[in-house]
Design a protein around this ligand. Sequence first.
Ligand SMILES: Nc1ncnc2c1ncn2[C@@H]1O[C@H](COP(=O)(O)OP(=O)(O)OP(=O)(O)O)[C@@H](O)[C@H]1O
Ligand SMILES: [Mg+2]
Length: 240
Amino acid sequence: MNPSYALQAEDVAIHYGGVKALDGVSLTLEPGQIRGLIGPNGAGKSTVIDAITGRRRLTRGTVHLKGQDVSALGATERRQRGLSRSFQRTSVFSQMPVRKQVELASHKMGVADSHADADAVLRELELLDLADITADELGYGEQRRLDLALALVGRPGVLLLDEPMAGLSVKESHDLARHLKALTSRWEVSVLLVEHDMDVVFGISDAVTVFELGRVIASGEPAAVRANPRVREAYLGSAA
Ligand SMILES: Nc1ncnc2c1ncn2[C@@H]1O[C@H](COP(=O)(O)OP(=O)(O)OP(=O)(O)O)[C@@H](O)[C@H]1O
Ligand SMILES: [Mg+2]
């Protein structure tokens, strides 16, 4: 496996009985790269995140982080090695102050100075001014940013995001996209971005992969993927 990749998933399959949720998927993330992952409902986008992070047992295939095989490791061990994720639904605690939540997550990760870690994350995401209020006092866009903050404690090298813009206004989406872009350059984080908002995906991704029925049907530079006839037929439809 190629150690120059931050992440390399090779021939990953997950079968639920007869259902092939993933059927031999390969994808890579270069350091600091954003790869958009799109595909119709049920294509396997959330499942590939579960597979890569160790939440689901692989039927077949391997996952490498910076050239190291992590396929046999559990989700917690992979997180310790810098593989982080957000969930399709928010994991914020509504009654707890923002800073406290981020510190707690950092502490749970075993970060020695969780106060400093939380501070750095909150500053990076422009949440410092809101650090002392509880999450339920945040706007929805800020709550999604807090989700991202929780995924960033311990400074992971790889971030897998499952529809982080879901439910956000256009302005909030672009705001979050701007933060993601800044993160990849300032913190050298690689991002796999599962997202339905095509403007966001094609706007900020360095590469785009398209799933259909548990397989990769296209992968490459955003412009080439957008122009791919199979993608237009299978997914983008006449809207493309
Ligand atoms: N625990 C499970 N048991 C059986 N089948 C499952 C399970 N989880 C997911 N599947 C199936 O695996 C396939 C992929 O689902 P997945 O949730 O990964 O799709 P997705 O691309 O994330 O869709 P969406 O855009 O709706 O979030 C679907 O056919 C789904 O029904
Ligand atoms: Mg999903």
